[in-house]
Design a protein around this ligand. Structure first.
Ligand code: AMP
Ligand code: ZN
Ligand code: FE
Ligand code: FE
Length: 282
């Protein structure tokens, strides 16, 4: 079994990249992809640990892009982590994230909740900062009891400490993934909140911009959604992928390699197909 969607402390997961590889080995997974938000800072560390443990670590990244509706995230598989163009753009986007987190801390201050931004930065480490890091500081300040509560009361879109983040266009993100040697895959299509013909039209549009796959298996997808997404992938000649979206303690209901209550177990064949696709393209 494999898990092609995971987050480490390089973004908003709670396990260090090495610990993630160790957990994958403990769960007898043959491969994982590390897909941190807007950063590849954890890839080399996870790969080094994975090599020693016999777990393949596919280099990856997850990019958030602007969307009129819902959340549009793109997974980039087999990107070259040292690619200069990729690094430069990711650094820029991480800078935007820092500025935004700083403004959210300011807004919380205006609401009478004093949080030290420096602590948020330390919690975020060397990779990308995100709302879950702010949420954990809110927990530490005893303003909330869980990450979930922090989002519900303060951090979600529409809540008082929310600050929107400027995001790149899908076209730009897909081009970046491809220029770094990667395969661009639409993450958790369900979060687009589109169905049937509308979803198909949107996916086709993205395919026209260089998209090559869709994430069929994901902890938040129902059995029916998976069936429909698999059919869509076949119809549009897109690669089907799958992963849990494991974030450690930041999403306590999701387990590495099995998802939510065992709903996301992914066969090795999907990674074989992804690799095959990459080889054929070159
Ligand atoms: P950001 O990238 O800073 O906008 O934060 C988005 C991240 O926060 C997502 O990738 C999830 O990991 C996490 N997240 C979003 N909504 C929630 C929620 N309601 N509860 C817990 N975590 C969430
Ligand atoms: Zn996340
Ligand atoms: Fe995502
Ligand atoms: Fe994710």
């Amino acid at each position: 079994m494999i898990d092609l969607h995971t987050h480490s402390t390089a973004s908003d997961g709670t396990l260090e990249p090495e610990a993630l590889a160790e957990l994958a080995a403990k769960k007898k997974l043959s491969a994982i992809a590390l897909t941190d938000h807007d950063t590849v800072a954890g890839v080399a560390r996870a790969q080094a640990a994975g090599r020693a443990l016999g777990v393949e670590v596919v280099p990856g990244v997850e990019l958030s892009v602007g969307s009129e509706r819902g959340a549009l995230h793109l997974l980039g598989y087999f990107v070259r982590p040292e690619d200069a163009g990729l690094r430069a753009k990711l650094d820029e986007w991480c800078g935007v994230r820092q500025e935004r987190a700083r403004r959210m801390v300011e807004k919380l201050g205006e609401l009478g909740i004093e949080i030290d931004y420096a602590r948020v930065e330390v919690a975020a480490g060397s990779g990308s900062v995100g709302r879950p890091h702010v949420a954990r500081e809110l927990m530490r300040a005893k303003a909330v009891r869980s990450v979930e509560e922090a989002f519900e009361r303060y951090l979600r879109r529409g809540k008082p400490a929310y600050v929107p983040r400027e995001m790149p266009k899908a076209e730009e993100a897909i081009a970046l993934i491809r220029s770094a040697g990667g395969v661009a895959v639409l993450a958790h299509p369900a979060t687009l909140w589109l169905k049937g013909a509308e979803l198909e039209a949107r996916v086709k549009e993205l395919r026209g911009q260089g998209l090559e796959g869709i994430e069929v298996h994901w902890s938040g997808h129902s059995v029916r959604q998976r069936r429909e997404l698999l059919a869509l992938a076949k119809k549009l000649s897109l690669v089907a992928t799958g992963g849990s979206d494991f974030h450690g303690e930041n999403k306590p209901g999701i387990q590495l390699g099995s998802g939510r209550r065992g709903n996301t177990r992914v066969e090795d064949a999907l990674l074989d197909a992804l690799r095959q696709h990459l080889l054929m393209r070159r």
